[in-house]
Design a protein around this ligand. Sequence first.
Ligand code: PLP
Length: 397
Amino acid sequence: MDSRLATAARVGDIAPFHVMEVQTAARALEAAGRSVVHMEIGEPDFPTPAPVLAAAQRAIARGDIYYTSALGLPELRAAIARHYADHYGVAVAPERVIVTAGSSAALLLVMALLVDRGDRILLSDPGYPCNRHFVRVLEGEPAGVPVGAETNYQLSADLIDAHWTPATRGVLIASPSNPTGTTVPAEEMRRIAATVARRGGRLIVDEIYLGLSYDLGPTGRPRSVLAIAADAADDLFVVSSFSKFFNMTGWRLGWLIAPERHVRDLEKLAQNLYISPATVSQRAALACFTPETLAVLEERRRAFEARRDFLVPALRELGFVIPVMPSGGFFVYADSSRFSSDSERFCRDVLEGAGVAITPGIDFGTHRAAAHVRFAYTIEMSKLEDGVARLARYLGR
Ligand SMILES: Cc1ncc(COP(=O)(O)O)c(C=O)c1O
Protein backbone atom coordinates (compact mmCIF):
# COMPACT_ATOMS: atom_id res chain seq x y z
CA MET A 1 0.00 0.00 0.00
CA ASP A 2 1.10 3.60 -0.59
CA SER A 3 2.75 4.48 2.78
CA ARG A 4 1.34 8.02 2.56
CA LEU A 5 -2.13 6.49 2.85
CA ALA A 6 -1.28 4.36 5.90
CA THR A 7 -2.45 5.37 9.39
CA ALA A 8 -0.20 5.81 12.42
CA ALA A 9 0.95 2.62 14.14
CA ARG A 10 -0.78 3.64 17.39
CA VAL A 11 -4.20 3.18 15.81
CA GLY A 12 -3.55 -0.52 15.38
CA ASP A 13 -2.94 -0.81 19.12
CA ILE A 14 -6.29 0.69 20.11
CA ALA A 15 -8.78 -2.11 20.79
CA PRO A 16 -12.48 -1.67 20.14
CA PHE A 17 -14.89 -1.68 23.05
CA HIS A 18 -16.37 -5.21 23.01
CA VAL A 19 -19.26 -4.00 25.12
CA MET A 20 -20.39 -1.90 22.17
CA GLU A 21 -20.40 -5.05 20.08
CA VAL A 22 -22.50 -6.82 22.72
CA GLN A 23 -24.85 -3.87 22.62
CA THR A 24 -25.10 -3.98 18.82
CA ALA A 25 -25.88 -7.72 18.92
CA ALA A 26 -28.47 -7.11 21.66
CA ARG A 27 -30.15 -4.37 19.64
CA ALA A 28 -30.26 -6.64 16.59
CA LEU A 29 -32.03 -9.30 18.67
CA GLU A 30 -34.50 -6.70 19.91
CA ALA A 31 -35.13 -5.50 16.36
CA ALA A 32 -35.99 -9.12 15.53
CA GLY A 33 -38.64 -9.08 18.27
CA ARG A 34 -36.73 -10.70 21.18
CA SER A 35 -36.64 -9.10 24.60
CA VAL A 36 -33.21 -8.50 26.14
CA VAL A 37 -32.26 -7.63 29.71
CA HIS A 38 -29.40 -5.14 29.44
CA MET A 39 -26.72 -5.81 32.03
CA GLU A 40 -23.89 -4.54 29.85
CA ILE A 41 -24.54 -0.80 30.02
CA GLY A 42 -21.98 1.34 31.86
CA GLU A 43 -24.09 4.39 32.60
CA PRO A 44 -26.79 5.12 35.17
CA ASP A 45 -30.37 4.54 34.02
CA PHE A 46 -31.57 7.54 36.05
CA PRO A 47 -32.30 10.79 34.20
CA THR A 48 -30.33 13.95 34.90
CA PRO A 49 -31.93 15.55 38.01
CA ALA A 50 -34.67 18.09 37.21
CA PRO A 51 -32.90 21.15 38.75
CA VAL A 52 -29.89 20.45 36.53
CA LEU A 53 -32.07 20.27 33.40
CA ALA A 54 -33.80 23.51 34.44
CA ALA A 55 -30.46 25.29 34.89
CA ALA A 56 -29.41 24.21 31.39
CA GLN A 57 -32.68 25.45 29.92
CA ARG A 58 -32.19 28.82 31.61
CA ALA A 59 -28.64 29.06 30.20
CA ILE A 60 -29.88 28.29 26.69
CA ALA A 61 -32.75 30.81 27.02
CA ARG A 62 -30.20 33.47 28.02
CA GLY A 63 -28.04 32.58 25.02
CA ASP A 64 -25.19 31.64 27.33
CA ILE A 65 -23.35 29.56 24.77
CA TYR A 66 -19.93 31.17 24.42
CA TYR A 67 -16.58 29.54 25.24
CA THR A 68 -15.53 29.66 28.87
CA SER A 69 -11.99 29.66 30.24
CA ALA A 70 -10.19 26.42 29.36
CA LEU A 71 -10.08 25.72 33.10
CA GLY A 72 -13.87 26.04 33.36
CA LEU A 73 -16.25 28.58 34.87
CA PRO A 74 -14.70 30.04 38.04
CA GLU A 75 -17.98 29.55 39.93
CA LEU A 76 -18.11 25.87 38.96
CA ARG A 77 -14.49 25.34 40.02
CA ALA A 78 -15.38 26.97 43.35
CA ALA A 79 -18.55 24.85 43.68
CA ILE A 80 -16.58 21.63 43.10
CA ALA A 81 -14.01 22.69 45.70
CA ARG A 82 -16.82 23.43 48.18
CA HIS A 83 -18.32 19.99 47.47
CA TYR A 84 -15.04 18.40 48.64
CA ALA A 85 -15.26 20.38 51.87
CA ASP A 86 -18.95 19.66 52.47
CA HIS A 87 -19.15 16.08 51.26
CA TYR A 88 -15.67 14.66 51.82
CA GLY A 89 -14.42 16.91 54.62
CA VAL A 90 -11.31 17.92 52.73
CA ALA A 91 -10.08 21.40 51.79
CA VAL A 92 -9.30 21.80 48.08
CA ALA A 93 -8.19 25.16 46.65
CA PRO A 94 -10.51 26.10 43.74
CA GLU A 95 -7.35 26.98 41.78
CA ARG A 96 -6.48 23.27 41.72
CA VAL A 97 -9.81 22.33 40.10
CA ILE A 98 -9.89 22.06 36.31
CA VAL A 99 -13.27 21.41 34.68
CA THR A 100 -12.91 19.03 31.74
CA ALA A 101 -14.90 17.46 28.91
CA GLY A 102 -15.79 14.37 30.95
CA SER A 103 -13.24 12.63 33.12
CA SER A 104 -12.01 11.22 29.80
CA ALA A 105 -10.51 14.63 28.98
CA ALA A 106 -9.12 14.87 32.53
CA LEU A 107 -7.33 11.55 32.04
CA LEU A 108 -6.03 12.65 28.65
CA LEU A 109 -4.76 15.96 30.08
CA VAL A 110 -2.87 14.24 32.91
CA MET A 111 -1.32 11.74 30.54
CA ALA A 112 -0.38 14.52 28.10
CA LEU A 113 1.24 16.38 31.02
CA LEU A 114 3.23 13.43 32.35
CA VAL A 115 3.94 10.86 29.64
CA ASP A 116 6.88 11.07 27.28
CA ARG A 117 7.65 8.46 24.63
CA GLY A 118 8.44 5.15 26.33
CA ASP A 119 7.34 6.21 29.82
CA ARG A 120 5.50 3.48 31.73
CA ILE A 121 2.28 4.00 33.62
CA LEU A 122 1.22 1.17 35.94
CA LEU A 123 -2.43 0.15 35.66
CA SER A 124 -4.45 -2.71 37.10
CA ASP A 125 -5.43 -5.62 34.85
CA PRO A 126 -8.44 -5.87 34.84
CA GLY A 127 -9.09 -2.14 34.58
CA TYR A 128 -10.91 0.56 32.64
CA PRO A 129 -9.81 -0.05 29.02
CA CYS A 130 -9.48 3.56 27.80
CA ASN A 131 -6.65 4.22 30.26
CA ARG A 132 -4.17 2.04 28.46
CA HIS A 133 -5.18 3.64 25.17
CA PHE A 134 -4.63 7.17 26.48
CA VAL A 135 -1.10 6.18 27.45
CA ARG A 136 -0.51 4.45 24.10
CA VAL A 137 -1.78 7.41 22.06
CA LEU A 138 0.88 9.51 23.79
CA GLU A 139 3.55 6.94 22.85
CA GLY A 140 3.89 5.79 26.44
CA GLU A 141 3.76 2.22 27.65
CA PRO A 142 0.69 1.14 29.60
CA ALA A 143 1.92 -1.56 32.00
CA GLY A 144 -0.99 -3.74 33.10
CA VAL A 145 -0.30 -5.43 36.44
CA PRO A 146 -2.36 -8.60 37.03
CA VAL A 147 -4.52 -8.18 40.13
CA GLY A 148 -6.89 -10.59 41.87
CA ALA A 149 -9.06 -11.12 44.91
CA GLU A 150 -6.08 -11.09 47.29
CA THR A 151 -5.65 -7.32 46.71
CA ASN A 152 -9.35 -6.49 46.16
CA TYR A 153 -8.67 -6.54 42.37
CA GLN A 154 -6.64 -3.37 42.89
CA LEU A 155 -2.97 -2.41 42.76
CA SER A 156 -1.22 -2.57 46.14
CA ALA A 157 1.96 -0.85 47.40
CA ASP A 158 3.84 -4.17 47.11
CA LEU A 159 2.68 -4.78 43.54
CA ILE A 160 3.67 -1.24 42.58
CA ASP A 161 7.10 -1.72 44.10
CA ALA A 162 7.55 -5.08 42.37
CA HIS A 163 6.60 -3.70 38.93
CA TRP A 164 8.48 -0.40 39.15
CA THR A 165 11.24 0.07 36.56
CA PRO A 166 13.44 3.07 35.73
CA ALA A 167 10.97 3.97 32.93
CA THR A 168 7.96 4.04 35.29
CA ARG A 169 6.56 7.51 35.55
CA GLY A 170 3.38 6.98 37.52
CA VAL A 171 0.45 4.87 38.66
CA LEU A 172 -3.21 5.19 37.78
CA ILE A 173 -5.79 3.68 40.11
CA ALA A 174 -9.59 3.79 39.81
CA SER A 175 -11.21 3.40 43.23
CA PRO A 176 -13.96 2.21 43.22
CA SER A 177 -13.04 0.43 40.02
CA ASN A 178 -14.59 -0.40 36.70
CA PRO A 179 -15.03 -3.40 36.10
CA THR A 180 -14.72 -4.80 39.64
CA GLY A 181 -16.52 -2.21 41.80
CA THR A 182 -13.86 -2.69 44.47
CA THR A 183 -12.18 0.02 46.52
CA VAL A 184 -8.59 0.36 47.72
CA PRO A 185 -8.69 0.17 51.55
CA ALA A 186 -7.62 3.45 53.22
CA GLU A 187 -4.51 2.02 54.86
CA GLU A 188 -3.35 0.50 51.54
CA MET A 189 -4.02 3.79 49.71
CA ARG A 190 -1.75 5.58 52.19
CA ARG A 191 0.98 2.97 51.59
CA ILE A 192 0.53 3.36 47.83
CA ALA A 193 0.87 7.15 48.02
CA ALA A 194 4.03 6.77 50.14
CA THR A 195 5.50 4.14 47.78
CA VAL A 196 4.87 6.21 44.65
CA ALA A 197 6.37 9.31 46.34
CA ARG A 198 9.44 7.33 47.48
CA ARG A 199 9.91 6.13 43.91
CA GLY A 200 9.68 9.69 42.63
CA GLY A 201 6.57 8.95 40.53
CA ARG A 202 3.12 10.45 40.23
CA LEU A 203 -0.12 9.02 41.59
CA ILE A 204 -3.35 9.57 39.66
CA VAL A 205 -6.57 8.40 41.32
CA ASP A 206 -9.77 8.14 39.30
CA GLU A 207 -12.64 8.71 41.75
CA ILE A 208 -15.43 8.77 39.16
CA TYR A 209 -17.39 6.17 41.19
CA LEU A 210 -16.56 7.55 44.65
CA GLY A 211 -19.96 9.25 45.08
CA LEU A 212 -21.54 5.84 44.42
CA SER A 213 -19.90 4.10 47.40
CA TYR A 214 -21.78 1.65 49.63
CA ASP A 215 -21.37 0.23 53.17
CA LEU A 216 -20.48 3.73 54.29
CA GLY A 217 -20.26 3.17 58.03
CA PRO A 218 -20.99 5.75 60.71
CA THR A 219 -19.92 8.87 58.78
CA GLY A 220 -22.23 8.05 55.87
CA ARG A 221 -19.61 9.53 53.53
CA PRO A 222 -17.04 7.92 51.24
CA ARG A 223 -13.40 8.99 51.65
CA SER A 224 -11.44 10.69 48.90
CA VAL A 225 -7.75 9.90 48.51
CA LEU A 226 -7.21 13.59 49.25
CA ALA A 227 -8.42 12.94 52.81
CA ILE A 228 -6.93 9.44 53.13
CA ALA A 229 -3.41 10.37 52.00
CA ALA A 230 -3.57 13.90 53.39
CA ASP A 231 0.24 14.20 53.65
CA ALA A 232 0.58 13.64 49.90
CA ALA A 233 -2.61 15.50 48.88
CA ASP A 234 -0.86 18.51 47.33
CA ASP A 235 0.99 16.24 44.87
CA LEU A 236 -1.93 14.03 43.84
CA PHE A 237 -3.89 14.09 40.62
CA VAL A 238 -7.56 13.25 41.27
CA VAL A 239 -9.92 12.64 38.37
CA SER A 240 -13.70 12.75 38.70
CA SER A 241 -16.86 13.34 36.72
CA PHE A 242 -20.43 14.50 36.54
CA SER A 243 -21.24 11.37 34.48
CA LYS A 244 -22.00 8.68 37.03
CA PHE A 245 -22.99 9.97 40.51
CA PHE A 246 -24.63 13.08 39.02
CA ASN A 247 -26.29 11.14 36.15
CA MET A 248 -24.90 13.40 33.42
CA THR A 249 -23.09 11.02 31.05
CA GLY A 250 -24.02 12.71 27.78
CA TRP A 251 -23.27 16.21 29.04
CA ARG A 252 -19.55 15.41 28.84
CA LEU A 253 -18.36 17.10 31.99
CA GLY A 254 -15.78 16.06 34.55
CA TRP A 255 -12.91 17.52 36.51
CA LEU A 256 -9.32 17.14 37.51
CA ILE A 257 -7.70 18.24 40.77
CA ALA A 258 -4.03 18.80 40.01
CA PRO A 259 -1.00 19.98 41.95
CA GLU A 260 -1.13 23.77 41.77
CA ARG A 261 2.24 24.07 40.02
CA HIS A 262 0.90 22.11 37.02
CA VAL A 263 -2.32 24.05 36.48
CA ARG A 264 -0.82 26.51 34.00
CA ASP A 265 0.55 23.70 31.81
CA LEU A 266 -2.74 21.82 31.99
CA GLU A 267 -4.54 25.01 30.99
CA LYS A 268 -2.33 25.31 27.90
CA LEU A 269 -3.05 21.69 26.98
CA ALA A 270 -6.81 22.13 27.45
CA GLN A 271 -6.82 25.35 25.40
CA ASN A 272 -5.16 23.56 22.53
CA LEU A 273 -6.88 20.19 22.73
CA TYR A 274 -10.52 21.32 23.09
CA ILE A 275 -10.59 25.09 23.99
CA SER A 276 -13.05 24.72 26.87
CA PRO A 277 -15.58 22.30 28.36
CA ALA A 278 -19.18 22.71 27.14
CA THR A 279 -20.69 25.94 28.46
CA VAL A 280 -24.32 24.81 28.82
CA SER A 281 -23.17 21.67 30.64
CA GLN A 282 -21.16 23.77 33.07
CA ARG A 283 -24.13 26.07 33.75
CA ALA A 284 -26.28 22.99 34.31
CA ALA A 285 -23.71 21.43 36.64
CA LEU A 286 -23.87 24.44 38.94
CA ALA A 287 -27.26 23.06 40.04
CA CYS A 288 -25.68 19.71 41.07
CA PHE A 289 -24.64 20.83 44.51
CA THR A 290 -27.94 22.20 45.83
CA PRO A 291 -29.56 20.31 48.74
CA GLU A 292 -32.51 19.48 46.45
CA THR A 293 -30.31 17.76 43.83
CA LEU A 294 -28.10 16.06 46.39
CA ALA A 295 -31.19 14.57 48.10
CA VAL A 296 -32.31 13.03 44.79
CA LEU A 297 -28.82 11.66 44.18
CA GLU A 298 -28.61 10.16 47.66
CA GLU A 299 -31.89 8.33 47.02
CA ARG A 300 -30.46 6.96 43.78
CA ARG A 301 -27.23 5.91 45.50
CA ARG A 302 -29.35 3.87 47.90
CA ALA A 303 -31.23 2.33 44.96
CA PHE A 304 -27.90 1.22 43.44
CA GLU A 305 -26.86 -0.22 46.80
CA ALA A 306 -30.13 -2.21 47.02
CA ARG A 307 -29.57 -3.55 43.51
CA ARG A 308 -26.05 -4.65 44.42
CA ASP A 309 -27.37 -6.32 47.58
CA PHE A 310 -29.82 -8.29 45.44
CA LEU A 311 -27.56 -9.09 42.50
CA VAL A 312 -24.32 -10.29 44.11
CA PRO A 313 -25.87 -13.06 46.27
CA ALA A 314 -28.16 -14.04 43.36
CA LEU A 315 -25.19 -14.46 41.00
CA ARG A 316 -23.26 -16.42 43.63
CA GLU A 317 -26.27 -18.68 44.02
CA LEU A 318 -26.20 -19.35 40.26
CA GLY A 319 -22.56 -20.45 40.48
CA PHE A 320 -20.65 -17.31 39.53
CA VAL A 321 -17.67 -16.73 41.81
CA ILE A 322 -17.41 -13.22 43.28
CA PRO A 323 -14.75 -13.35 46.01
CA VAL A 324 -14.87 -9.63 46.95
CA MET A 325 -18.13 -7.78 47.54
CA PRO A 326 -18.10 -4.72 45.24
CA SER A 327 -18.25 -1.55 47.34
CA GLY A 328 -18.98 1.12 44.73
CA GLY A 329 -20.05 1.96 41.19
CA PHE A 330 -22.50 -0.34 39.47
CA PHE A 331 -20.51 -3.33 38.27
CA VAL A 332 -19.94 -6.91 39.37
CA TYR A 333 -16.92 -8.75 37.96
CA ALA A 334 -17.70 -12.43 38.17
CA ASP A 335 -15.67 -15.58 37.52
CA SER A 336 -17.67 -17.52 34.94
CA SER A 337 -15.19 -20.37 34.45
CA ARG A 338 -17.59 -22.89 35.92
CA PHE A 339 -19.75 -22.38 32.82
CA SER A 340 -17.16 -21.76 30.12
CA SER A 341 -13.43 -21.31 29.58
CA ASP A 342 -14.18 -18.66 26.93
CA SER A 343 -16.12 -15.73 28.37
CA GLU A 344 -16.53 -14.01 24.99
CA ARG A 345 -18.31 -17.06 23.67
CA PHE A 346 -20.23 -17.40 26.93
CA CYS A 347 -21.51 -13.80 26.58
CA ARG A 348 -22.66 -14.50 23.03
CA ASP A 349 -24.39 -17.72 24.14
CA VAL A 350 -26.07 -16.05 27.13
CA LEU A 351 -27.34 -13.26 24.88
CA GLU A 352 -28.72 -15.74 22.34
CA GLY A 353 -29.97 -18.35 24.77
CA ALA A 354 -31.15 -16.32 27.76
CA GLY A 355 -31.71 -12.86 26.29
CA VAL A 356 -29.31 -11.30 28.82
CA ALA A 357 -26.55 -8.93 27.67
CA ILE A 358 -23.30 -8.98 29.70
CA THR A 359 -19.73 -7.94 28.91
CA PRO A 360 -16.78 -10.34 28.45
CA GLY A 361 -13.62 -9.87 30.54
CA ILE A 362 -11.53 -9.24 27.42
CA ASP A 363 -12.73 -5.61 27.45
CA PHE A 364 -10.76 -4.96 30.65
CA GLY A 365 -7.37 -6.52 30.01
CA THR A 366 -5.83 -9.93 29.49
CA HIS A 367 -5.33 -11.35 32.98
CA ARG A 368 -7.79 -14.25 33.35
CA ALA A 369 -10.09 -12.29 31.03
CA ALA A 370 -11.54 -15.44 29.44
CA ALA A 371 -12.68 -16.58 32.90
CA HIS A 372 -14.64 -13.41 33.73
CA VAL A 373 -17.70 -11.42 32.76
CA ARG A 374 -18.98 -8.04 33.93
CA PHE A 375 -22.56 -7.45 35.04
CA ALA A 376 -23.86 -3.87 35.29
CA TYR A 377 -26.77 -3.09 37.61
CA THR A 378 -27.85 -0.01 35.69
CA ILE A 379 -31.42 -1.28 35.32
CA GLU A 380 -34.31 -1.22 37.77
CA MET A 381 -34.80 -4.00 40.29
CA SER A 382 -37.65 -5.78 38.44
CA LYS A 383 -35.46 -6.06 35.34
CA LEU A 384 -32.54 -7.32 37.39
CA GLU A 385 -34.82 -9.98 38.86
CA ASP A 386 -35.95 -10.93 35.36
CA GLY A 387 -32.30 -11.12 34.23
CA VAL A 388 -31.38 -13.44 37.11
CA ALA A 389 -34.45 -15.64 36.46
CA ARG A 390 -33.50 -15.93 32.77
CA LEU A 391 -29.92 -16.86 33.68
CA ALA A 392 -31.18 -19.44 36.18
CA ARG A 393 -33.32 -21.09 33.49
CA TYR A 394 -30.58 -20.95 30.90
CA LEU A 395 -27.90 -22.34 33.22
CA GLY A 396 -30.29 -25.02 34.48
CA ARG A 397 -30.18 -23.80 38.08
C1 PLP B 1 -13.26 4.18 35.61
C2 PLP B 1 -13.76 5.15 34.60
N1 PLP B 1 -13.07 6.30 34.39
C3 PLP B 1 -13.47 7.20 33.48
C4 PLP B 1 -14.60 7.01 32.71
C5 PLP B 1 -14.97 8.06 31.68
O1 PLP B 1 -16.17 8.68 31.98
P1 PLP B 1 -16.56 10.18 31.54
O2 PLP B 1 -15.64 10.61 30.48
O3 PLP B 1 -17.99 10.08 31.10
O4 PLP B 1 -16.40 11.02 32.78
C6 PLP B 1 -15.36 5.84 32.88
C7 PLP B 1 -16.56 5.60 32.06
O5 PLP B 1 -17.15 4.54 32.06
C8 PLP B 1 -14.93 4.89 33.86
O6 PLP B 1 -15.60 3.75 34.07
